[in-house]
Design a protein around this ligand. Structure first.
Ligand code: ADP
Length: 502
């Protein structure tokens, strides 16, 4: 058996390929950003062909850096930005339209019309109607891109989330690529029945989506691989592609939250907290999503409660790219730490409306509490605090829905390198925060599920043994301080609501 397992992590802002050994240690990586296409307010697109070539470059780059070949890899897993929607012609490999990214809100009208079906969607899919999920994006393409609907009938237009697009390309593209998705990705379309883990005819009719466009739904760890990479492709060998998980589910696996009651919080473009609820499908009353956590075969799916926050790390990017008060994302930390507190400033970065637990698409960003005294340092600090307060709202909802009180919050993702942010998070929650040695839990989780499928790891205990804490932060604020700061935040959230007429 080869010594390593590889994982493609196709994220919202960049694509990584990572190689891990049996202990879950990183052997090699290569990462490349891709273009964010922002044609008008509320629209966010990616070029699928650019993504496919970034995947190839990331693979070739990581193998080169590690002085490896494809023959060193026992298996490859795929993890991805979820919900982002691609429609392409499988005969030519050409996309019909740019990928419509999960943050994109152009399908607002379609979603408004679904309001009377809210209960059906909630109970069948675990999700509320929202522009976030794939189905309304797919419907928008079917209605607005000339020729797609007719092409779908001829088999010349198929749908996929990014896992599907990446796996199709890795396994041969127009020359025999497989058209599959995993349960966790399929569940985010609004087209899958949460209980049966199959496409649902009533939902397909609701969104007017032809069934022939859809990929086959497979387990997240596939004993029979989805397909093999090609000798002529970036891997330059036939390696089984046999693990796939949406990025947040992958991070949950990478954090070895493999038993009911275990949770993680990932800090990337957005923030995503997932609590494993085992075989229980827990409906949410508090504004969370009910979602599959992973499946290892058709009849064995573990579920999760999820709190999704649209804008956290991307507010840091906004300070960098649009406001220009920092030059790199890392610069936010010394700037925020240069003042002892937020100087009364609260920033609600509701750029795409508010996701969990509010689900208010009529919200937009607000900065409140300004006085002549405030500086860019206060805004930087308010941005970090916004990440922490939004997480508090989600954690409260999690406790309300599940009754589980976390002793400690396991964290990961790009923004967790920021120690000031982590300390603030512990302060705001009143719960300790712990970061593992391998912060790349998303790629690691996809590698774990691919490796399990080929027997590289025997079972979950092998994975649990690999998890190691790097650093833990203890809450510092008094209870009074915590309550009054959170109260002010909640008032700021009120100000952000109802800004867009719906
Ligand atoms: P994704 O997988 O969603 O693309 P990553 O896990 O790579 O995201 O994290 C990138 C995000 O983290 C970016 O939005 C960036 O602004 C943010 N980020 C990176 N470094 C820092 C930092 N030192 N402090 C705060 N945020 C940061």
């Amino acid at each position: 058996m080869p010594r390593y397992v590889g994982a493609v992590d196709q994220g919202t802002t960049s694509t990584r390929f990572m190689v891990f050994d049996r202990q879950g240690r990183e052997i090699a990586r290569h990462q490349i950003e891709h273009t964010q296409i922002l044609p008008q307010a509320g629209w966010v697109e990616h070029d699928p062909l650019e993504i496919a070539s970034r995947v190839d470059e990331a693979i070739a780059g990581a193998l080169w850096r590690g002085q490896l070949t494809g023959a060193d890899l026992a298996a490859i897993g795929v993890t991805n930005q979820r919900e982002t929607t691609v429609v392409w012609n499988p005969k030519t490999g050409r996309p019909w339209y740019n990928a419509i990214v999960w943050q994109d809100t152009r399908s607002e009208r379609i979603v408004q019309a679904l309001e009377p079906r809210r209960d059906l969607l909630r109970s069948r899919t675990g999700l509320p109607p929202a522009t976030y999920f794939s189905a309304s994006k797919l419907q928008w393409i079917l209605e607005n891109v000339d020729g797609v609907r007719a092409a779908a009938e001829r088999g010349e237009a198929v749908f996929g989330t990014i896992d599907t697009w990446v796996i199709w390309n890795l396994t041969g593209g127009k020359d025999g690529g497989v058209h599959v998705t995993d349960v966790t990705n399929a569940s985010r379309t609004l087209l899958m029945d949460l209980r049966t883990c199959r496409w649902d005819d009533e939902l397909l009719a609701l969104f007017n989506v032809p069934r022939a466009m859809l990929p086959e739904i497979r387990p997240s760890s596939a004993g029979v691989p989805y397909g093999l990479t090609r000798a002529g492709g970036a891997v330059a060998a036939e390696v089984p592609v046999c693990g796939a998980l949406g990025d947040q589910q992958a991070a949950t696996v990478g954090q070895v939250c493999l038993s009911p009651g275990e949770a993680k919080n990932t800090y990337g473009t957005g923030n995503f907290m997932l609590l494993n609820t085992g075989r229980d499908i827990v409906p949410s009353k508090a504004g969370l999503l009910t979602t599959p956590c992973y499946s290892r075969d058709e009849n064995d799916t573990a579920y999760a409660l999820e709190g999704s926050i649209a804008v956290t790390g991307s507010a840091v990017q906004w300070l960098r790219d649009q406001i220009g008060i920092i030059r790199t994302a890392a610069d936010i930390e010394p700037l925020a730490a240069s003042v002892p507190d937020n100087g009364g400033v609260y920033f609600v970065p509701a750029f795409s409306g508010l996701f969990a637990p509010y689900w208010r698409s009529d919200a937009r960003g607000v900065i409140v509490g300004l006085s002549r005294f405030n500086t860019s340092a206060h805004l930087a600090r308010a941005t970090l605090e916004a990440i922490c307060f939004q997480t508090r709202a989600v954690l409260d909802a999690m406790t309300e829905d599940s009754g589980v009180r976390l002793d400690v919050l396991k964290v990961d993702g790009g923004a967790t390198v920021n120690d000031t942010l982590m300390q603030l998070q512990a302060d705001v929650l009143g719960v300790p925060v712990v970061r593992p040695v391998v912060a790349e839990t998303t790629a690691l989780g996809a590698a774990y599920f691919a490796g399990l499928a080929v027997g590289f790891w025997d079972g979950f205990d092998d994975l649990r043994r690999n998890w190691q804490a790097d650093r833990q932060w203890e809450p510092g604020w008094s209870e009074d301080q915590r309550q009054s700061a959170y109260g002010a935040w909640q008032r700021a959230v009120e100000r952000s609501l109802g800004w867009i007429a719906t």
